[in-house]
Design a protein around this ligand. Structure first.
Ligand code: NAD
Length: 292
């Protein structure tokens, strides 16, 4: 069993760290928010007074933070406090350029690093069923894998530094675009007098089939577990979808890739979030489309 530092004990980080404790690892935790610290202490995480202090005696340092700037700031604080051989794993969803910078900072200080963002949301974090998309050298990934397995069900090594973040934002760009496409089709169907169930029965077994339709149907009824049956409570909040679409646009600009639909999807989600729906499930975009 490993001794692990876990920095960022929010909606995702806390249940992930708890699963590490349940798997028998010893976890030092740090967060800036008192409520997170209290909940962590109750769950058997050893709460430390600073991010740097949480590195004391650990073999692996995991970060789960809101954005790339914070990850780089925390790396600048903690790298000098790490013992030789410490492995750095960042599971936050951040921009690819910052992810690569985090790898460089770690490498310059003599440490191996892995970017390992997740999909599966808060439910997957609590259940230990997350998917991890990892980027980094083979040896670093091999060391990270058993620890990631305590928090997730599927662990994919996507390539070198930043490849995990690249896979994450490419996947979520597909998701944002496909959700808007499915919503537009249901609204068009409604206006043509087609029942939602009839459209679902056809499209779910035809070439329109996709995850946004069959696992996360944006109209209530056909898929009982989807957030549309629960007043569009998340689920996956529209603000997080917008964040990931904007990250995909940063990456597309930086890499020189044409992503016209990704750009348009980001604009559509920006409008939805700015209209006061940041905390709604991202499938709630169907209501904005219907009202247009
Ligand atoms: P969150 O806001 O609930 O948690 C982030 C935590 O980081 C907060 O508790 C905050 O206090 C802490 N923090 C911020 N700066 C810090 C610092 N300098 N030192 C220590 N702690 C600090 O966010 P979350 O929902 O847990 O998401 C975390 C990451 O996971 C994000 O990058 C998000 O995009 C990604 N993600 C979230 C979901 C989801 O469904 N919530 C799904 C997949 C990926």
């Amino acid at each position: 069993m490993a001794k692990i530092a876990f920095i960022g004990l929010g909606n995702m980080g806390l249940p992930m760290a708890i699963n590490l404790v349940k798997a028998g690892h010893e976890v030092n935790g740090f967060d800036l928010v008192a409520a997170a610290i209290e909940a962590a202490a109750k769950a058997g995480i050893k709460v430390m007074p600073s991010a740097a202090a949480s590195l004391a005696g650990v073999e692996i340092a995991i970060t789960m933070l809101p954005n790339g700037q914070l990850v780089l700031g925390v790396y600048n604080d903690i790298l000098s406090a790490a013992a030789p051989g410490t492995l750095f794993v960042d599971s936050s969803t951040i921009d690819v350029d910052s992810a690569r910078k985090a790898h460089e900072l770690a490498r310059a200080a003599g440490f191996a690093a892995v970017d390992a963002p997740v999909s599966g949301g808060v439910g997957g974090a609590a259940a230990g069923t997350l998917t991890f998309m990892a980027g980094g050298e083979d040896a670093a990934f091999a060391r990270a894998r058993p620890v990631l397995e305590a928090m997730g069900r599927k662990i994919v090594h996507c390539g070198g530094a930043g490849a995990g973040q690249a896979a994450k934002i490419c996947n979520n760009m597909i998701l944002g675009i496909s959700m808007i496409g499915v919503c537009e089709a249901f609204v068009l169907g409604e206006k043509l007098g087609l029942s939602a169930q009839a459209l679902y029965d056809v499209a779910s077994t035809s070439s329109g089939q996709c995850w946004s339709l069959t696992s996360y149907c944006p109209v209530p009824g056909p898929v009982p577990a989807s957030p549309s049956n629960n007043d569009y409570k998340p689920g996956f909040a529209a603000a997080l979808m917008l964040k990931d679409l904007l990250l995909s646009q940063d990456a597309a600009a930086s890499a020189g890739a044409a992503t016209a639909l990704g750009k348009h999807a980001a604009e559509i989600y920006r409008e939805y979030v700015d209209a006061g729906h940041a905390g709604m499930d991202f499938s709630g975009i169907i209501n904005a489309i219907r009202e247009k």
